[in-house]
Design a protein around this ligand. Structure first.
Ligand code: SF4
Length: 283
């Protein structure tokens, strides 16, 4: 996933997964390339993000890793709190908007630091939940796009890697507690809009009765995602709707530039600009 001479931007939110990832990378890469930098996105969620920004700042200074922060307000002129106030419909879910802006913010911040690799703390539970979310939403093509190869994309060939993809969430909690990593436990006030929480509960209940079932599901999903990714029918949905905000650039697809911001996009207008249009113009 990484090689000598790389500059790796680790996306660190203040939660256990991303702090564990940063700590693990710092330990295994001690004294050798590649170079690490922690990047953090401030979504602008009062009473939630402020605490985690401090946790990240203190942890980074303790382990000697530079931390750079950027906010939604700086980049897009709007905070998550404000976006939630002015969105024209609840069909535009909090996590859909937040995820769309956060992915762009991570790309922009990584590019500004000169990084050529972005590492994120996605774990096995995240991946299985994401599969179920896409399945139940009828987004079959998107399942193929989640195949977790290290992927080259974006301006300057930024590569995205997910080193914790095969690790259970509970193992990361155990690691963080065991190594005394101070992580945020406060939950986002907007999280209940996402069906992800419901899938997390169901999958954890299943795992209690059938230990290992999440890992089995993960291995099966990988096979399905790989087949779908390689399928010629795996095309981009170019219909612009308020519920389809996050489709941007897909590996293997012919891509172009967003007509508004000039970033890579498979559609004429990228997901970030579509979301901003919906928020400001209501369309
Ligand atoms: Fe953003 Fe949703 Fe996560 Fe809250 S729970 S930080 S709204 S993605």
């Amino acid at each position: 996933m990484m090689k000598h001479g790389d500059r790796v931007a680790v996306a660190v939110s203040g939660g256990k997964d991303s702090l564990a990832l940063l700590n693990i990378l710092k330990n295994i890469l001690r004294g050798i390339d590649p170079e690490l930098i922690a990047i953090t996105v401030d979504e602008g969620i009062q009473g939630y993000r402020d605490e985690s920004l401090n946790i990240v700042k203190n942890f980074c200074s303790m382990i000697g890793v530079e931390n750079k922060v950027v906010s939604f307000s700086e980049l897009f002129g709007i905070s998550m709190d404000r976006a939630m106030e002015i969105r024209p419909s609840e069909k535009i879910s909090s996590c859909s908007m937040c995820g769309t802006f956060r992915r762009r913010a991570i790309d922009l911040l990584s590019e500004s630091t000169g990084a050529n690799v972005i590492a994120t703390g996605h774990n096995l539970d995240d991946y299985v939940q994401t599969f179920l979310i896409n399945l139940f939403a009828g987004d079959v093509e998107r399942i193929g796009w989640t195949y977790p190869d290290p992927v080259e994309y974006g301006i300057g060939g930024l590569k995205k890697i997910k080193p914790l993809m095969e690790i259970y969430e509970k193992e990361l909690v155990l690691y963080a507690v065991h190594t005394n990593i101070p992580f945020q436990t406060e939950e986002c006030p907007y999280k209940d809009e996402s069906i992800r929480s419901a899938f997390r509960v169901h999958l954890n209940n299943l795992e209690k009765i059938h230990p290992g079932i999440k890992y089995n599901a993960y291995k099966s999903i990988l096979k399905i995602a790989k087949r779908l990714k390689e399928s010629p029918a795996n095309t981009v949905n170019t219909t612009l709707t308020t519920t389809n905000l996050s489709t941007d650039y897909v590996i293997g697809q012919e891509h172009r530039k967003c007509e508004l911001c000039n970033r890579d996009s498979s559609n004429k207008i990228c997901s970030v600009c579509r979301t901003l249009n919906i928020l400001t113009e209501g369309n």
